[in-house]
Design a protein. Structure first.
Length: 230
């Protein structure tokens, strides 16, 4: 927060996502929403930023992000039958946000702090909010994330010990995932608001070619209620 104040909000969200894995149905989720921001830290969901510097509208942070939706176990689909569980991980690394009158530019470069995949990822995105009315704001965004070969192999690879009639051995290489979305925020009053997030992802060939995957593009939509305390 540029003025040094603290903002704190809680809420609840619900929505669906369309997994890229074979045999995994659309997932409906109900999730708590937590937001906290001041001059030193920012918490949005499962992403925590510790702010280390703010120079010329550019904020530099150390980011910790728990990738809640990553991974699977063998009960999630027949395609995983007999495979080892792939676990979600905590990702840590530097992040930067540059705000200007035209757009907000966000960058990060993260490593798997739990060494589940021993991989790395780096992302860049551009977004900008527009006021449609006194109560309604729209924020489109577009970005891309690069994933290392170890990440791809952990979440989309098939080891020689996991080969069966439904899946062949697969060793993926590093790749990128494109994503685009739009957020609608409607202010009920000074403290309450509704938010709708709609997004799509397009996976690179190194993920799409995995014998575990049958979609190149997936979609997600979430609706949330947020109450701001301060």
């Amino acid at each position: 927060m540029a003025d040094g104040t603290t903002s704190f909000a809680l809420g609840i969200g619900a929505g669906f996502s369309d997994p890229e894995y074979i045999g995994v149905d659309n997932e409906f989720e109900v999730l708590p929403l937590v937001f906290f921001d001041n001059s030193w830290v920012s918490l949005v969901g499962t992403t925590l930023d510790v702010k280390v510097a703010n120079i010329n509208n550019t904020t530099f942070s150390i980011r910790g992000k728990y990738a809640l939706g990553d991974g699977y176990d063998d009960s999630d689909s027949y395609i995983f039958d007999g495979m080892d569980t792939r676990d979600s991980s905590l990702w840590i690394g530097p992040a930067m946000t540059w705000s200007n009158p035209m757009f907000d530019l966000k960058l990060d470069a993260l490593v798997d702090a739990m060494d589940n995949s021993e991989g790395q990822q780096a992302s860049i995105s551009i977004s900008k909010g527009f006021k449609i009315s006194e109560r309604l704001q729209v924020e489109p965004s577009i970005g891309t994330t690069w994933y290392s070969d170890k990440y791809v192999n952990y979440y989309y690879g098939v080891k020689s010990s996991e080969v069966n009639a439904n899946r062949s051995q697969y060793n993926g290489k590093s790749t990128t995932v494109l994503d685009a979305g739009v957020r609608f925020n409607y202010a009920i009053d000074n403290q309450q608001s509704l938010a709708l997030d709609v997004s799509v992802k397009q996976f690179g060939d190194e993920i799409k070619d995995s014998p575990l995957v049958d979609k190149k593009t997936t979609a997600a939509a979430y609706l949330g209620y947020i109450y701001r305390f301060k």
